[in-house]
Each structure stands twice: as C-alpha cells, then as structure tokens.
Design a protein around this ligand. Structure first.
Ligand code: CTP
Ligand code: ZN
Length: 152
C-alpha cells in the first residue's frame, strides 16, 4: 500500500502486527491479553485488501514492544502475521510468528469433564499439532475455531 493510501498513521515507537488473517484482530488482542485498559494507544485496521492474503488486519500498539514468545501464540489464528518493532518511526526488527510447541493458559479445553474445567486452579496446557491443539490433561483435540476457545 503506498504512502498516500495509509489507513492508519505511522507510529513512533511500538509494535505493528501486520498480515493478520482478515477479521482476526480482536482475537489477536484477546490472545495478547490487551483489552484497552493498559492505556497504550491502539490502532486497528480490519479487512484491508492485501495482495497475499485477500483481506488482512493490521494492529498498531504504541509504546509497547512485544517479544517473540508473546506473539508466537498468534500463529494459531494468524499464521502469516508479521511483527514489526518500531523505534523512532523506523522498522528496526521484522519477524514472522512461529508455531510454538505448547500453549499454556490461553485456550480453554472444550471437555467439561477436564480437570482444567473443574474450577480447580489448574492452568490449561495444550500441545500444538500440525492441524490443531491437544489438551495435555484429557487428550481432547481442538482442530477448528480455536479463537472460540480463548480464555477470557
Ligand atoms: N509502520 C508503522 N509505523 C512506522 C513504520 C511502519 O505503522 N513508523 C507499519 C507499516 O505501515 C506497515 C508495517 O509497519 O504496515 C511494516 O512496515 P514496512 O516494513 O515499512 O512495510 P512493508 O515493507 O510493506 O512490510 P512487509 O514487507 O512486511 O509487507
Ligand atoms: Zn482437557
């Protein structure tokens, strides 16, 4: 997208998460635990036409540099996402999200008999498979609509 077509202005310092699958940006915020009360300036563009993805979302989080561990879990819902760290208006670091091997405390197990669903203080723990995630407590596999299993 050329300069005069920029939908959201450039930021001075922070993180730009680009090439998020169209419509997933609110789930990205949920995974990152960002709900707007932190006071960081957030800009979101949703369903922007993109050559590579058809439609993409872009999130700009000012004043906060997300680290690779924080963002890798995004690969579950936004496998093509690019993380750009911005300092003084320049992109100083660009990386792709990488699929983690395990995801702890972010997704909830859909099995109501699972110990993680019993009200006990047990953090959810999933192994990441090629085509989904598997609960390490009860073995339940979730393949689709992962975002619906995000913990509040
Ligand atoms: N960006 C921003 N503020 C800045 C610098 C960049 O918001 N000060 C945004 C750009 O608008 C873009 C993303 O960060 O969405 C990556 O910037 P850049 O690497 O310059 O753009 P591209 O080359 O188009 O990125 P890619 O090759 O990853 O598509
Ligand atoms: Zn389970």
């Amino acid at each position: 997208m050329s300069e005069h077509e920029l939908r959201v202005s450039k930021i001075r310092n922070g993180t730009v998460i680009d090439h998020v699958s169209g419509g997933q940006s609110l789930n990205v915020l949920a995974i990152l635990g960002i709900d707007g009360t932190e006071g960081s300036v957030l800009s979101i563009a949703m369903n922007v036409p993109s050559g590579r993805l058809g439609r993409k979302d872009i999130l700009k989080i000012e004043g906060r540099e997300l680290n690779q561990d924080e963002v890798d879990v995004l690969s579950l819902i936004a496998p093509e996402a690019t993380i750009n760290i911005i300092r003084d208006f320049e992109v100083v670091e660009k990386s792709r999200v990488e699929r983690p091997h395990r995801v702890r405390g972010i997704l909830s197990c859909p099995n109501h008999n699972c110990i993680t669903q019993s009200g006990e203080p047990v953090r959810s723990d999933f192994e990441v498979l090629d085509d989904g995630v598997r609960c390490l407590y009860c073995g339940t596999i979730v393949r689709e609509h992962l975002a619906q299993h995000l913990l509040e």
